[in-house]
Design a protein around this ligand. Structure first.
Ligand code: UDX
Length: 415
């Protein structure tokens, strides 16, 4: 099939490259000409293991192109995916759908022949209906369907999650669109990845409910971790014990400094807004958000406590800045709130992260970036592990003991 992917961000680049590797002809569209030029030159603009190779291979095979010309890409496409950002609105936390609606309007003007328009971005329930209305109004005599196909990609594992998903969720309202989407994902059904066809609105809520549940699960084990510190129990053993119940499952039970990233914070917030608007508040998720936000500040208190209650003028070494390992993404990373709180109490911060320091330098002030973990630990009153990069799992403690001012290691990830 001929696919146009509107938006060449984390989701658009991975989805576009993977669809191309399924044999489809993909054109990724972005408004950012610099980004498009870099992508055309074979550069990826995000750190995602395996993506550069996948893009190069499919680019060479002539199945993957990048352009700023949305109209041209849409005109020749059978399927148009809208994979633009839906950030939380600063004012009230609702998902900001302006980019989605702008894309829908432009797509409407450019489609020729029956086209399936797919929202891949995470959008509130009912957005597909609104896109339907926008396109019908802008292109009254054109044939099209609007479909929901949310992504469940974890950064750092996105390609594997795309090619070997637990399931593909597709929200369709007509048989013709269903047949087209079955064809788009045929390569997956060949390796038995279940495709769930449901209504568009069900599909939209499945995405939010899934992320909110995962965020709540993490917050649950984080509270059990705090309780464990008081009871002298080991939260990792408790997590292992409950996770052996198949109804609970072992994943997403790693206690830590709180969840961050580009999805959980914005999707949980958007769901609570959506629920409030529907006069059916999701109080468990409201509480999850409150606990998670407070946790990051609470972690700073833990560090200050480990330094005897005062960090004024002390150097603190930070290992890991990104919101999780195997990504360069700093969005809502716990390190931001923790470092801010420590600096507020007079600490001097030196930090190391294998991939995130370039992005971190954009959002952190007054932090010295080191070349390796030992550079971050030199002269420090405490060393804090915030992100569980593999390279932090085998630190040379003798060397740390030599170079640190105090032998204090605060491991916020239990590695
Ligand atoms: C998430 C969802 O997993 C994915 O399905 C969705 O499409 C996008 O959002 P992502 O945000 O990339 O993916 O990362 P994920 O691995 O889910 O971790 C999210 C946050 O939870 C991170 O801050 C991570 O550190 C934290 N986390 C995750 C924990 O604290 N403990 C865990 O056990 C797992």
């Amino acid at each position: 099939m001929r696919i146009a992917m509107i938006g060449a961000g984390y989701v658009g680049q991975v989805s576009g490259a993977c669809f191309a590797s399924f044999g489809h002809l993909v054109v990724c569209v972005d408004t950012d000409a610099d980004k498009v030029a870099r992508l055309q030159a074979g550069e990826t603009t995000i750190f995602e293991p395996g993506l550069a190779e996948l893009m190069a291979e499919n680019g060479k095979a002539g199945r993957l192109e990048f352009t700023t010309d949305l109209e041209a890409a849409v005109r020749q496409a059978d399927v148009v995916f809208i994979a633009v950002g839906t950030p939380a609105r600063r004012s009230d936390g609702h998902a900001d759908l302006e980019y989605v609606y702008e894309a829908a309007r432009r797509v409407a003007g450019a489609i020729s022949g029956y086209t399936v328009i797919v929202t891949k971005s995470t959008v509130p329930v009912g957005t597909g209906d609104e896109v339907m209305r926008i396109v019908a109004e802008a292109a009254p005599n054109k044939e099209f369907s609007v479909v929901s196909n949310p992504e469940f990609l974890r950064e750092g594992a996105a390609i594997d999650d795309f090619k070997r998903p637990d399931r593909v969720v597709i929200g369709v309202e007509d048989e013709r669109a269903k047949a087209v989407m079955a064809e788009v994902y045929r390569a997956l059904s060949l390796n038995q990845s279940p495709v769930l066809f449901t209504s568009r609105r069900n599909s939209e809520l499945i995405k939010y409910a899934g992320n909110a549940f995962l965020a709540m699960k993490i917050t649950f084990i984080n509270e059990i971790a705090d309780l464990s510190e008081k009871l002298g129990t080991d939260v990792q053993e408790v997590a292992r014990g409950i996770g052996m119940d198949r109804r609970i499952g072992p994943k997403f039970l790693n206690a830590g400094p709180g969840y961050g990233g580009s999805c959980f914070p914005k999707d949980t917030l958007a769901l609570t807004r959506l629920a409030k608007d529907a006069n059916s508040p999701v109080r468990l998720i409201e509480t999850t958000i409150e606990i998670n936000d407070a946790r990051k500040g609470f972690m700073a208190e833990r560090v200050i406590g480990a330094c005897g209650g005062d960090v004024t003028g002390k150097t603190i070494g930070i290992l890991g800045l990104t919101f999780k390992p195997n990504t360069d993404d700093m969005r809502e990373a716990p390190s931001l709130a923790i470092i801010d709180a420590l600096q507020g109490r007079g600490a001097k911060i030196q930090a190391f992260d294998p991939e995130g320091m370039t992005a971190a330098a954009e959002v952190l002030n007054g932090v010295d970036f080191a070349d390796d973990p030992y550079g971050a630990a030199a002269g420090a009153a405490a060393l804090v592990i915030i992100t569980e990069w593999d390279s932090f799992r085998s630190l040379d403690f003798a060397r740390l003991a030599e170079i640190m001012e105090r032998r204090v290691l605060v491991d916020l990830r239990n590695i």
